[in-house]
Design a binder for this molecule. Structure first.
Ligand code: SF4
Length: 364
């Protein structure tokens, strides 16, 4: 079996990415078969539990309050609503629910307590629970772990160098610090990025260096293709080709052999044949449901039809790691510290982000 390395260099990763495609696919598929069942793909459901109105300036995101997009914002969902959605997802074949809130960082208080209750509720439905809530302190990570959280998603988005061209309201190191806080618990790490934001191949390789040199490597890595949304700074970016997606998935599989590689945003632009090649190249998870937070996604029936055509089976929950125990709120060992952590605000100027903000102001 191939070893898991934590010392990949950008040059090595670029050389893998640029191999002749058939060689790249063969190598990735071989590694994939050593570590995973190639006919099993996890189906996860992404649920936006609090949409829009975010204070950050991520250039790809329609939920940033400063840009003018068609997104309808909503306050934090109730635990009851979340439970109903989770049950629906479970009956559609999902084994994991990922709850996303458009927050810069988690703030202690009622809303976080409500999210903790959502985690307890979904874990009790015997589904893997993932959250993506922004930056997180160690105590907050421990409280989520205690509630029964299985995974925390916190994407690095791109290389450290290109990150500065997309986001100015927080630094790359803040991302790494949050991942480190999650690693102080038994919660698994989900971290990946987006291609098609105008980055070059070196940036794609740079992102994979940052992810693969983490020790341990993330248990899960979403590879997203940008969905360019009107009103965001990246609205004019051209869609990535399926070949770029296949190369990115295959390269991720080779440098992170044990990781669950997630085919994420951008699937509506892919044919079934294209997705099949991504699965062959090592992707072993998809997000189900007609929306991915706010952008379109194939519906569950279409996905199940594709699974039938390809002979794929949805992965059962807790296949890779045992189910965490849920500790009830009244028995909790960790209390709310009322923390107000100071995450960085580099606030350098990104011209296209500024232009999108000005355009939004003019439209108001
Ligand atoms: S990606 Fe997350 S942090 Fe960035 S603007 Fe969107 S919701 Fe906010």
């Amino acid at each position: 079996m191939s070893e898991t390395r934590h010392n990949w260099t950008k040059e090595e990763i670029l050389a893998i990415y640029n191999k002749p495609l058939m060689e790249l696919l063969y190598e990735a598929a071989t590694i994939h078969r050593e570590r995973h069942d190639p006919n099993v793909v996890q189906v996860s459901t992404l649920l936006s539990v609090k949409t829009g109105g975010c204070s950050e300036d991520c250039g790809y995101c329609p939920q940033a309050a400063r840009y003018h997009t068609d997104i309808e914002g909503n306050d934090l969902m109730s635990v009851k609503q979340v439970k109903a959605q989770a049950l629906r997802a479970k009956s559609g074949g999902s084994s994991r629910v990922c709850m996303g809130a458009a927050w810069r960082n988690v703030k202690d208080g009622e809303e976080f307590d409500q999210v903790l209750e959502m985690v307890r509720t979904i874990n009790k439905l015997d589904m893997e629970v993932c959250c993506t809530l922004g930056m997180l302190t160690e105590n907050q990570a421990k409280r989520l772990a205690e509630a029964g959280l299985y995974a925390y998603n916190h994407n690095l988005d791109s290389s450290e160098e290109y990150y500065k061209e997309v986001i100015s309201t927080r630094g790359f190191q803040d991302r790494l610090d949050t991942i480190e806080n999650v690693r102080k618990t038994n919660v698994t790490v989900c971290s990946g990025g987006i291609i098609g934001m105008g980055e070059n191949l070196e940036d794609r390789a740079g992102m994979l260096v940052a992810l693969s040199t983490l020790n341990p490597q993330p248990e899960s890595t979403p590879i997203n293709a940008l969905v360019a949304v009107e009103g965001t700074p990246l609205e004019d970016e051209k869609p990535v080709s399926i070949w770029e997606m296949i190369r990115m998935v295959a390269t991720t599989r080779i440098v992170m052999p044990e990781t669950q590689v997630r085919l994420s945003a951008g699937r509506t632009q892919m044919t079934r044949e294209g997705q099949a090649m991504c699965f062959f190249a090592g992707a072993n998870s998809i997000f189900a449901g007609d929306k991915l937070l706010t952008t379109p996604n194939p519906d569950v029936n279409e996905d199940m039809e594709m699974f039938a055509v390809l002979g794929l089976e949805p992965q059962k929950p807790f296949t890779k790691k045992v189910q965490p125990q849920t500790v009830e709120a009244q028995d909790s060992e960790f209390e709310s510290l009322g923390e107000k952590p100071k995450w960085t605000r580099p606030e350098h100027t990104i011209e296209r982000n500024e232009a999108a903000k000005e355009k939004a102001k003019a439209l108001k």
